[in-house]
Design a protein around this ligand. Structure first.
Ligand code: SAM
Ligand code: SF4
Length: 334
C-alpha cells in the first residue's frame, strides 16, 4: 500500500497537535450589533489601519497551504462587507493545496451575492441565525433582517450548496429553550445547526453571567432522542456533530468550556490586520504583515509561523475566567 508522504513543513505544536485549518479575518467592520459581540456596533479604533489587501491575503494563504493547511475560513467582522469579497474567495480557492474555502457570515448580503461567492470557489457556508423568531432575532442582533437572512439561506440552496451550517449562540432566556423549534426547522432541510456556547470576552461580563448556558442539556436531550455522534475528520471544526435517521439536518455542539476542548485544536487565526493568533483567547498576536509584502519573503514567513507555533499553550484557560486580550470575537474573527 502506498505510504502517505509527510509534509516536512507541516504545522505542529509542542503538544503534537497538527494544524490544517486557517481562520482568516478579512475585516473588523460589521453592520450588526449582536449583544454578545458588538452591542454598540463597530467602532473604528481611531488609528488608521488598513485591512489586508488581496495580495497580502494571497501570500499568507500560500504560506499556510505550504505548511499543510487545506481549509480556510473567511470571517470577520462581517466578511461580505469587503467589496472585493468574491475576489478574495477566488484567490484563496486558487491556492494550491486549499480544498475547502468556507465563510461565516451574518447573511445580510447572502441573497444577492451567494451565487457569485459560489462561482468564485466558496465550498462551505455558515450563517449566524440566533433565533427563529423575527422579534428575538432583532433583539439579539440589533438588526431587523430576519427575513433577508432566511431568504439568503434559501438562495444558497438554489445556487447549489448541498448543506448550509447555521450558527446559533446559546443564550439563556433568549433561545436556549427552543430546541424543538430548531429541530422541526431542520427535519427536511440539509442544515447543520451549530449551537455555540457563549464565550466570555474582554468586553463582556454581566451579559456572560446572565446568559451563559452549557450545551450539555442539549446533548443529553439529543442522545435520549436517538441522535448519534458522527466521526470527526482532521480538518473539521470544533463541533461534536450528531445525526438522526429521521432528520435531513444535523446538530453540532461547540462547547469550549468542556474539558479537553483544546486537545483537538487544529486551527490558527490571522486577524484582518495581519496578526497571527494561536488561540482565540489569551495573546496579543504576532505581526506577520512585514513579511507579506513580496513573494520572495515566503521562506521567512513560514519560519516565523513555525517559531510562533512552538509557543502555543496547551489550553485557553477559559475555565479560570481568562478572556485574554480578545475584546470581542469580531476583532479577531470568531
Ligand atoms: N459576522 C459574521 C457572523 O456573525 O456570522 C462572522 C463573524 S462572527 C464573530 C463569527 C461567529 O462568532 C458568529 O457565529 C457569532 O455568532 C459567533 N460569536 C461572536 N461572539 C461570540 C461569543 N462571545 N461567544 C460565542 N460565539 C460568538
Ligand atoms: Fe457582527 Fe458577527 Fe459580531 Fe454579530 S457576531 S456583531 S454579525 S461580527
Amino acid at each position: 500500500m502506498a505510504q502517505k508522504i509527510q509534509n516536512k513543513f507541516q504545522l505542529q505544536d509542542n503538544f503534537q497537535r497538527k494544524f490544517y485549518y486557517l481562520r482568516l479575518s478579512v475585516t473588523d467592520v460589521c453592520n450588526f450589533k449582536c449583544q454578545y459581540c458588538l452591542p454598540d456596533g463597530y467602532q473604528p479604533s481611531g488609528k488608521s489601519h488598513s485591512f489586508l489587501a488581496l495580495e497580502e491575503i494571497q501570500r499568507v494563504v500560500r504560506a499556510f497551504a505550504h505548511c499543510g493547511t487545506t481549509k480556510v475560513r473567511l470571517t470577520g467582522g462581517e466578511p461580505s462587507l469587503r467589496k472585493d469579497f468574491s475576489d478574495i474567495i477566488h484567490t484563496v480557492a486558487q491556492t494550491k493545496g486549499i480544498v475547502k474555502v468556507a465563510t461565516t457570515t451574518n447573511g445580510y448580503r447572502m441573497k444577492k451575492q451567494v451565487k457569485d461567492w459560489k462561482q468564485a470557489g466558496l465550498t462551505h457556508i455558515n450563517v449566524s441565525m440566533d433565533s427563529l423568531d423575527p422579534r428575538r432575532f432583532y433583539q439579539i442582533t440589533g438588526e431587523n433582517k430576519f427575513f433577508e437572512v432566511m431568504a439568503g439561506i434559501e438562495r444558497a440552496f438554489e445556487v447549489g450548496f448541498e448543506q448550509v451550517k447555521v450558527n446559533v449562540v446559546l443564550l439563556k432566556g433568549l433561545n436556549s429553550d427552543v430546541l424543538p423549534d430548531f429541530l422541526f426547522w431542520i427535519k427536511d432541510r440539509p442544515i447543520q445547526l451549530r449551537f455555540i456556547e457563549l464565550m466570555q470576552t474582554g468586553e463582556m461580563d454581566r451579559l456572560f453571567h446572565q446568559h451563559h448556558v452549557s450545551g450539555v442539556s442539549i446533548r443529553n436531550q439529543l442522545i435520549a432522542d436517538g441522535w448519534l455522534q458522527k466521526k470527526r475528520l482532521p480538518s473539521d471544526g470544533p463541533a461534536q456533530v450528531y445525526s438522526h435517521p429521521d432528520y435531513l439536518g444535523e446538530v453540532g455542539l461547540i462547547m469550549p468550556y468542556e474539558k479537553d476542548f483544546c486537545a483537538s485544536c487544529n486551527r490558527l487565526r490571522i486577524s484582518a490586520k495581519g496578526k497571527l493568533h494561536l488561540c482565540l483567547f489569551g495573546e496579543q498576536g504576532v505581526d506577520l504583515r512585514d513579511l507579506l509584502q513580496q513573494d520572495s519573503q515566503l521562506p521567512f514567513l513560514i519560519d516565523r509561523i513555525h517559531q510562533q507555533l512552538q509557543t502555543k499553550a496547551v489550553s485557553h484557560y477559559l475555565h479560570d475566567g481568562n478572556s485574554g486580550m480578545t475584546p470581542n470575537l469580531a476583532s479577531i474573527g470568531g
